[in-house]
Write a protein that binds this ligand. Structure first.
Ligand code: DQA
Length: 144
């Protein structure tokens, strides 16, 4: 079985985007890290898009295939009710969806203090760099 690791807008620029906030490693390094952690027990299906509609369709895919999701909604976190409603379909179907953030949004600008996703997420991990994804994956490997 697999896990969808979905990344929202601007996360394709990890490595060069604000390295002081997000570190200097890119999504390919993240994929490698998660693959090592999963040790073949789950296959890592890591994707990134800047497109809200595409993220929504990937969440439908998670519902239809009952595939757990690790979601970094990026800036959509703070205002996308469309993404929230699609994410709610996942958790209401009994499929885990873990919200992750590289940074700790609560320690940053006020507009980042609100997440419209957290209220329907299975859990939230933020502030540990790529470790946030690793902790989310660990929870899936334990079997939340
Ligand atoms: C982020 C935090 C968001 O506020 C921001 O818009 C991002 C990345 C994070 O991983 O820390 O793009 O989700």
């Amino acid at each position: 079985s697999s896990v969808l690791v979905l990344n929202g807008p601007n996360l394709g620029r990890l490595g060069s985007r604000e390295p002081d906030v997000y570190g200097s490693q890119d999504l390919e390094s993240l994929r490698a890290l998660l693959e090592t952690d999963a040790a073949g027990r789950l296959s890592i299906d890591l994707r990134q898009t800047n497109d809200e509609a595409e993220l929504v369709s990937w969440l439908y895919e998670a519902v239809d295939t009952a595939t757990p999701v690790i979601l970094n909604p990026a800036a959509f976190t703070h205002y996308s009710y469309a993404l929230r409603d699609a994410a709610a379909l996942v958790t209401k179907a009994g499929v885990p969806l873990i919200e992750v953030h590289i940074s700790n949004p609560h320690a940053r600008e006020t507009f980042r203090h609100t997440s419209v996703i957290s209220g329907i997420a299975t859990g939230v991990v933020a502030g540990f760099g790529f470790g946030s994804y690793r902790l989310a994956l660990a929870s899936l490997l334990w079997g939340v």
